[in-house]
Ligand binder design. Structure first.
Ligand SMILES: [Fe+2]
Length: 168
């Protein structure tokens, strides 16, 4: 992945705070921009965990949970078609659509080493963690004959403590 730093730290317009899109609209972007099933699945997985975390751990209301879910769902939207410009293209698209700056900053900070934007809010920090965790859980599912079927939390926790697996 030949990503480039975004070269800025301000995203979106503060006037647009609270301005979201429906989850259906976000899925439409995903379906149009991301032909790869595996990548779409990853983004849906990150979105589902972001939403669940917001509701269960942050006591988020419906709007806030949607914000977390949207960031998760769209964070890699441009990765497949524009690998060299990831995530500049989706950021600019969301700015054009006047989306809440929190969602855009969250996406911009999901790979600080790649995009040069540090996570600031709790949502920023959680997408970073959940993005990595989603990859880890998927890797764990791939080495099981039944995949995700019957995969338990305790088995993931055990693998996290196994340096040889965690390093892969
Ligand atoms: Fe990702």
């Amino acid at each position: 992945m030949a990503t480039r730093p975004l070269g800025r730290n301000d995203f979106g317009d503060p006037k647009n705070a609270g301005n979201l899109m429906s989850i259906e609209e976000a899925h439409a972007i995903l379906n149009e921009w991301v032909p790869n099933d595996r990548l779409r699945l990853h983004m849906k997985q990150v979105a589902a965990v972001m939403k669940a975390w917001a509701i269960e751990k942050e006591s988020a209301d419906e709007q806030t949970a949607l914000k977390w879910e949207l960031a998760g769902l769209l964070h890699d939207a441009d990765w497949e078609k524009y690998p060299d410009e990831h995530c500049r293209i989706i950021i600019e698209e969301l700015e054009r659509r006047n989306i809440d700056p929190d969602v855009i900053h969250c996406i911009a900070s999901h790979g600080p080493d790649h995009f040069g934007v540090e996570p600031v809010s709790k949502m920023d920090k959680m997408i970073y963690a959940i993005d990595e965790l989603s990859g880890f859980i998927h890797a764990a599912s791939l080495i099981r004959p039944t995949g995700y079927e019957g995969l338990e939390v305790k088995s993931i926790l055990k693998k996290l403590k196994t340096p040889s697996f965690a390093a892969r």
